[in-house]
Design a binder for this molecule. Structure first.
Ligand SMILES: O=P(O)(O)OC[C@H]1O[C@H](OP(=O)(O)OP(=O)(O)O)[C@H](O)[C@@H]1O
Ligand SMILES: Nc1ncnc2[nH]cnc12
Length: 179
């Protein structure tokens, strides 16, 4: 494993049976509290955003905001928040989905994504892939193109990558760490 992967992995804490029995929760708060690790992560996310030619970053509430916003500043592209339903004041597109521990609905301001945009989706964890899949559906419904999805950590045993494949339509899914 490369130095950066080892650094990032060492700052992610496993919490058993949270938020419900049987779930091994991947807690990124130790990584966020370490400026060297957070900077290395931000640089890696920004580099992938630029490399894949994205013109905007979509961050998925809430942890995708923490990672996506500094990466957007570093990459020199706009940041678009995809929020849980009911939080955005303007006209929205909505998408319901299931995730590892429940179900939810996400929204984006309809005017924030337009034809011609190339959008990179950023989040902390890819588990079942339900959240990321719903975000890709929103991006395509808005008429924008998907540049890719980048996550800090992929939980391969939950097969989110396989679920995401049709929605990616050939765009890359990059995971900095896979467990
Ligand atoms: O691949 P999936 O099974 O869809 O799960 C992954 C999603 O679950 C977590 O978000 P959560 O909805 O818990 O929201 P939070 O970031 O506000 O804690 C995580 O940050 C991802 O967005
Ligand atoms: N096991 C997990 N840890 C952290 N975030 C998650 N989102 C969905 N599953 C998760």
């Amino acid at each position: 494993m490369t130095d950066i992967k080892e650094l990032l992995l060492s700052r992610i804490r496993d919490v058993a049976d949270y938020p419900e029995p049987g779930v091994m929760f991947k807690d990124i708060t130790p990584l966020l509290a370490d400026p060297a690790a957070f900077t290395a992560l931000t640089d890696a996310l920004a580099e992938l955003t630029v490399r894949h030619g994205a013109t905007k970053i979509v961050g998925l509430e809430a942890r995708g905001f923490i990672l996506g916003a500094p990466a957007a500043v570093r990459a020199g592209v706009g940041f678009i928040p995809v929020r849980k339903a009911g939080k955005l004041p303007g006209a929205t597109l909505s998408q319901a989905y299931d995730l590892e521990y429940g179900s939810a609905e996400i929204e984006v301001h309809a005017e924030d994504l337009v034809v011609g945009d190339r959008v990179m989706v950023i989040d902390d964890v890819l588990a079942t892939g339900g959240t990321a899949e719903a975000s890709l559906q929103l991006i395509r419904r808005a008429g924008a193109d998907v540049a890719g999805v980048v996550v800090l950590m992929e939980l391969a045993f939950l097969a989110g990558r396989q679920r995401l494949e049709p929605a990616l339509g050939g765009a890359p899914l990059e995971a900095l760490i896979t467990v």
